[in-house]
Design a protein around this ligand. Sequence first.
Ligand code: HEM
Length: 399
Amino acid sequence: MDIPNRPDVEDWETDFDHFHVDYSADPYSIWKDMREGGCPVAHTDRFHGVYLPTRHEDISAIAHDTDHFSSKSVIVNDLPVADIGSFRSPPITSDPPEHQDHRRAILPAFAPRAIEKWIPITRQICNELLDEFSDSGSCDASADYAQHIPVKVIARMIGIPEEDGDLFRKWVQELLEIGPNDLNVAQAATREVFDYFGEYVKARRNDPRDDIVTYFLEAEVDGKPMDDEQIMGGLFLLLLAGIDTTWSSIGSSFWHLGQHSEDRRRLADGSASFDAAVEEFLRFYSPVTMARVITEEVEISGTTLCPGQRVLLPFAAANRDVEFMEDAETFEIDREVNRHSAFGLGIHRCLGSNLARMEIKVALEEWFRRIPEFELADPNVVTWSGGQVRGPRRIPLKW
Ligand code: HEM
């Protein structure tokens, strides 16, 4: 099956399309075929030319090589690289040497100690959601639970009214799910987000509070206070980077547990730890694929990568590479050594990983306290988001 307005894929090694529904439904077997079928780096002429490495070694080499690969275009869509030049969301779109300063400015807001204070708030958010359906015997774990948690947590961290969470979810969907295939929608959503944050930051200049906006207002980049545009860029990034990623990870965890009663039982009876389980969910169902622009010709696993084209970094493919990790294709809820790359590799490694881990763990713990037994009601209605953040968007559970 194909998504509207796109030619179907005849050959995944020479014509892949990461928005194709078959890719969203099961990218793992596509990557495995490429990796084991003698094509570790696939290519497509779509999207102005994109490469797709599938071995851990290659993905890691590219993520660490900022001399040949730039982050100025991390999303692959129909726009040519030159046209996205004005879209900046530092530090994710910054290259060295600026990247370090951009990253340093917001790093302390996501340090483990800074995250601690959001734990009780996240527990409360989860319980308020569970109050709505825990007695009913069924729910959609994506639409009724997973998707609301990161939105509500980020809304609290930014200090915006919680009822505006619906707007955030709409923007994330328009920017990341619809936007890559409909640039008018993406541009309209970007304008709406910047208008919203513009008003908000202006109002907050004289209203200091214990939250991220005040933190940004007091932070410095390049030795100078952040201006409104930089602060809006920072908030925009939290929205883009922190919501559907975490929603996808929480969702995949429930999708897995709804079908693997032994793993569910082990979490319920305490014979497996939530900490180890969260790492394995992150590894096995890594939701994020990032992109780089090739700035100089370079060879990767025998393929010459042409400057000006882009390369996708499917971290989920790296995490299932058996050359890199023993039994990488098996889910082990108590895996002891788990050096996964769900949060990326190299200088752009996820800034929000402490926050994300906390949210996934709390979401599972609070759920299990109230609903320790549950199962997937109907696997056929589960749908997956396409593009560069992959997660289940419908997960009907019953108990
Ligand atoms: C399970 C949830 C998450 C996953 C799997 C994830 C994954 C990633 C990955 C793979 C990167 C690397 C990007 C690259 O190499 O270009 C990244 C970067 C980043 N993430 Fe996350 N992320 C998650 C949650 C979050 C959250 C909750 C936040 C903050 C609210 C966040 C903020 C960021 C930022 C700011 C960067 C850019 C860092 C830099 O460029 O130096 N992420 N994330």
